[in-house]
Design a binder for this molecule. Structure first.
Ligand SMILES: [Zn+2]
Length: 481
C-alpha cells in the first residue's frame, strides 16, 4: 500500500507547491520589521484611551481611534454598527466576617450578575465548586453563599477537572446558592472578571471574584467559625451600541471570494486589556497597514475586521455574520483567521485537515525567512472567540499556534493587571509578520481546497471536536439530536 500511495503523495505535494510567495513574504517581512506601528499604537491607545469596554464611551473612542488609524494608512475603512443587549458593572460592595462584625473586602462583579442584588447570608466553602463538591455535602449551600475556588485547588485529587466559572456558577444556582464568591488563583490580590453566565443572559444570583489572599484567609476561618457575607451590587443590562471596524482590500481576480482576518478590539474594563486583546487587535491593524503600504494586488478580497463585544458573548462577530446572511454575502467568506491573544506563533492552526499541504508549504517559506517560525501544523476546533461565529456556519477558520503570551502575562488575562507593561515589541511584530504572510497566501493561492460545510456536515464536524455539549449548555445547538 505504501508503495502505491507514495507517488500520489508526491504528485499532490508538487501540485500544491505551485505557489511561490517568496517575494511577497520577504516584502512583508522587511516592512514589518522596519516599520511596524503595532507596539507604538497599542501603547498610545492604552495611555490615552484605556480600556475598550463595548458600549462604553471608552469603547466608542477606541473604535474611532482605530478607524482613523486605518484611514491614515490609506485603507478603505467603514464602521459596521450594531445594537445588542449587553451588560456592564456599576457598583459593588462586599463585607465579610462574623455576624455584626463585617469588614469590607475588595471584589469585582462577574458579568451577567443581576442588575440589583442585596444578599446577606452565611458563607459555605464549596471547594472547587464541582458537582462532586455538592454531592459530598448535599443541601449545605441552600439559601447560603457558596465560596468557590476559580480554578483547581492545589491539594485537589490528581486529575480533578476544572470547569469554567460560568458552569461553576450554574452548578451553585442549581444547588440553591443565593450568591457565589470566587477566589482567584493569582497572587497579590489580582481580581478577575468575565462572564458568569452559560447562556449570555442575566443570572439569578450575584457572582463575584475576590483575591487569592483574602479568599484563602476566609477558607481558613471557615474551618473553625461561621462567616457571613453582605453582597450589594448594581449593574447595567440593556441595549448598547457599538461598531465593528472593517478595512477592505478588494480582490482583482476573485473579488467575491473573501478572506476575513478578525480580532476583537474590545476589552474588559478593570485594566487596559493590552494582552486581551490589544496584542491581537493591534497586530491585525498593523497587518492592514502592511497590506496598504505594499499596495498588494490580491486575487481575493481581504477584510481586516476589528470586532467589538467579544467579551460579552461574541456580539460583534455574531452581528457581522447575521448581516452577511441577510445580504446573502456569507457564502463569499472562504476563510476566517482570528487573532485572540495570539502571540509570536510558531506555526498555523486550522479547523480543516485538508489545508495541511498548503499551510505547511507556505510555512516552509516563512521558516526560510525566520527560523524562529517552526512551521507547526495543528488541526483543532474550539469555542469562545470570534472564529466561533464563522465556524458554526461551516466556514473554515484558522489562527497562529505554538506561541506563548509575553512576559508570563497568562494569569492576568481578564484581570485588573492586564496592562501594556506585558507587551513584547518583537513578539508582536512576529505575530504581524507570520499572520500577514498567511493572509497573503490565502488571498492569492490558486484554489482554496476547502468549502463551506452544509448543515449535516457542520453537525458532524462539531461532534467530532466534542463541541456539542458546550454548545448545548450555551443554548446554541441548533440540531434536534
Ligand atoms: Zn480575548
Amino acid at each position: 500500500m505504501k508503495k502505491l500511495l507514495l507517488p500520489m503523495i508526491l504528485l499532490a505535494s508538487i501540485a500544491q507547491a505551485q505557489d511561490n510567495f517568496s517575494v511577497p513574504f520577504n516584502k512583508i517581512n522587511t516592512e514589518v520589521q522596519k516599520n511596524s506601528k503595532a507596539f507604538a499604537t497599542l501603547k498610545y491607545e492604552t495611555e490615552h484611551i484605556g480600556h475598550r469596554l463595548t458600549g462604553s464611551p471608552n469603547g466608542a473612542k477606541a473604535e474611532q481611534y482605530v478607524f482613523n488609524l486605518l484611514k491614515s494608512y490609506g485603507c478603505d475603512v467603514k464602521f459596521q454598527p450594531f445594537s445588542v443587549e449587553s451588560w456592564s458593572r456599576k457598583t459593588i460592595s462586599l463585607k465579610i466576617g462574623q455576624a455584626n462584625q463585617l469588614k469590607t473586602i475588595k471584589a469585582v462583579s462577574l458579568a451577567y450578575s443581576p442588575v440589583k442584588a442585596n444578599v446577606n447570608a452565611q458563607i459555605i466553602d464549596m471547594g472547587n465548586g464541582l458537582e462532586s463538591d455538592y454531592a459530598a455535602n448535599p443541601d449545605a449551600v441552600k439559601g447560603k453563599i457558596a465560596l468557590i475556588y476559580l480554578h483547581t485547588l492545589p491539594n485537589s485529587p490528581k486529575g480533578t477537572l476544572s470547569l469554567h466559572r460560568s458552569e461553576k456558577t450554574a452548578i451553585a444556582i442549581n444547588n440553591g446558592a443565593i450568591g457565589a464568591i470566587f477566589i482567584n488563583s493569582v497572587k497579590n490580590g489580582v481580581l478577575l472578571t468575565g462572564t458568569a453566565s452559560v447562556t449570555g443572559k442575566l443570572i439569578s444570583i450575584p457572582a463575584i471574584c475576590i483575591g487569592l489572599e483574602d479568599g484563602m484567609a476566609l477558607k481558613e476561618k471557615l474551618k473553625t467559625e461561621t462567616q457571613f457575607a453582605a453582597i450589594q451590587m448594581t449593574n447595567f443590562s440593556g441595549i448598547i451600541n457599538a461598531r465593528n471596524v472593517i478595512a477592505t482590500f478588494k480582490g482583482t481576480e476573485k473579488p467575491n471570494e473573501k478572506i476575513v482576518v478578525g480580532a476583537h478590539l474590545d476589552s474588559w474594563d478593570l485594566a487596559t486589556g493590552a494582552i486581551d486583546n490589544g496584542i491581537g487587535s493591534f497586530a491585525v491593524i498593523d497587518m492592514a497597514r502592511t497590506f496598504a503600504k505594499l499596495k498588494f494586488k490580491n486575487k481575493r478580497s481581504v477584510e481586516f475586521v476589528l470586532f467589538m463585544g467579544e467579551e460579552q458573548g461574541l456580539l460583534g462577530s455574531k452581528a457581522y455574520v447575521e448581516l452577511a446572511k441577510k445580504t446573502n454575502k456569507l457564502k463569499d467568506v472562504k476563510f476566517m483567521l482570528n487573532y485572540d491573544m495570539n502571540n509570536d506563533q510558531k506555526g498555523y492552526l486550522t479547523t480543516r485537515e485538508e489545508m495541511k499541504p498548503l499551510f505547511t508549504e507556505w510555512g516552509k517559506e516563512v521558516a526560510k525567512i525566520d527560523t524562529g517560525f517552526k512551521n507547526l501544523f495543528v488541526v483543532n476546533a474550539g469555542l469562545h472567540s470570534d472564529h466561533q461565529s464563522f465556524m458554526v456556519e461551516g466556514i473554515p477558520t484558522g489562527e497562529g499556534t505554538g506561541g506563548k503570551l509575553p512576559n508570563n502575562s497568562g494569569p492576568y488575562y481578564h484581570s485588573d493587571n492586564d496592562d501594556f507593561k506585558f507587551v513584547d515589541e518583537q513578539e508582536l511584530k512576529n505575530t504581524v509578520r507570520y499572520s500577514a504572510m498567511l493572509t497573503y497566501a490565502l488571498a492569492n493561492t490558486k484554489e482554496i481546497p476547502v468549502q463551506k460545510l452544509n448543515e449535516v456536515e457542520i453537525k458532524t464536524f462539531l461532534e467530532k471536536f466534542n463541541l456539542k455539549e458546550p454548545l448545548k449548555i450555551a443554548g446554541e445547538w441548533r440540531w434536534k439530536d
